[in-house]
Design a binder for this molecule. Sequence first.
Ligand SMILES: Cc1cc2nc3c(=O)[nH]c(=O)nc-3n(C[C@H](O)[C@H](O)[C@H](O)COP(=O)(O)OP(=O)(O)OC[C@H]3O[C@@H](n4cnc5c(N)ncnc54)[C@H](O)[C@@H]3O)c2cc1C
Length: 439
Amino acid sequence: MTKPDPREAGRPRLVLVGNGMAGVRALEEILARAPHAFAITVFGAEPHGGYNRIMLSPVLAGERTFEAITTHPRSWYHENAIELIAPEPVIGIDRAAKTVTGALGTTRRYDVLILATGSNPVIIPLPGHDLPGVIGFRDIADVERMIAASKSGRNAVVIGGGLLGLEAANGLARNGMATTVLHLMPTLMERQLDPVSADLLRADLGARGIKVITEADTKAIIGTSKVEAVQLADGTRLPADIVVMAAGIRPNIALARQAGLACARGVEVDDALLTSDPRVHALGECVQHRGALFGLVEPLYDMARIVADRVCGTAASTYTPAPTGTRLKVTGIDMFSAGDFVGDDTTDHLVFRDPARGVHKKLVVRDDRLIGAVLYGEAADSAWYFNLICNEIDVSALRDTLLFGPVETTTVPLEALPEIAEIDYPAGSGGVLLAVTEL
Ligand SMILES: Cc1cc2nc3c(=O)[nH]c(=O)nc-3n(C[C@H](O)[C@H](O)[C@H](O)COP(=O)(O)OP(=O)(O)OC[C@H]3O[C@@H](n4cnc5c(N)ncnc54)[C@H](O)[C@@H]3O)c2cc1C
């Protein structure tokens, strides 16, 4: 039986399912546009307020506390008159009655429903994948399991040498575990790094005590009552007290599918981020938009603005995909990757290498526009390159110095030239006078 909500006071009821990064950002955007327009209820499967999921890696590595990455404590919901029902996952949506029901039986009616149920880690169905000690890397509970494993065990195996896998491996190693990364492909992070920078990364991880096995064909996870080892096809047997599967994510569409909403790999949404039901919006990693899936926060923040505009009726804005950039959050490893860093026979490649310092930069240019970049070992200028990529800026005038970042220019009156040796060159110019122009 649905109880009347005393907070309603004639206001439309907005229910958010999924208290993660996309959902909470959508709430922020809605409150900024129309703070009192809705009676808001949030269902969350996790027992917390909002937190910065991205920063789970530094929490695992012991560099941050969970409190420090909590962005929306329960008091925030209270202050904004938002009803937070957590932990209680929603297990059913009745679109005819316009109600949602949680696993503990809590039911709420909605006028507007927003789904932001995120993704689940892909657990490869290897023999032994369901043994205790085999986990994904998605939430604070996973981090707590990894930290507990490091207290009682010695060996960790991470399956997957992408961003998440390497951040997990770094954290486990920082917690004192002998850590091995198994990666199916010949080079690490192949979707973000070219082979040269991937080799530099492998060496940097090796220096941190992390062993990497590429082209690893994992056959089985071995154990009786809990995980004990990982078996490779070539016969290698790696002892393991914990196995972290970081082999990709899959949109969490179970609830949307149960509710009869159109789903492909994700919940299908149009440019207004509406599902096949005009009363139900969806955003975040659970959605599929024009065939694309999502795995980074930047697009989700754009989606949150669109959903808020639409729900509040402030603008008929539409979602347009934009390029995204990636950084690895391993302290001391500086890398950035964005756009098409592979290129083809219509692109020019500008490459800078300084093997002694472990620096490698590759820029891909097409028709005088930067379309992709990989920076390894020195990524301080990543925001500048990212801006050039996103805004399709003509780089023909910058081409000679493009690899050196935003070189500053200093205008010096000609009469000062005799004292040129005393010019204080600005930081970033590399101390090089590039041009003297008579004014
Ligand atoms: C360790 C880690 C590091 C990352 N690092 C980066 C990074 O450096 N850069 C970057 O851009 N991105 C990074 N990401 C990805 C980023 O965190 C995600 O893109 C983002 O969190 C997705 O937001 P979301 O709201 O769609 O999903 P989530 O943040 O996962 O939120 C979904 C929420 O919905 C809840 N939920 C699911 N089903 C239900 C239900 N039926 N009822 C109620 N609640 C439900 C889930 O429990 C979860 O709390 C990282 C992710 C991880 C795990």
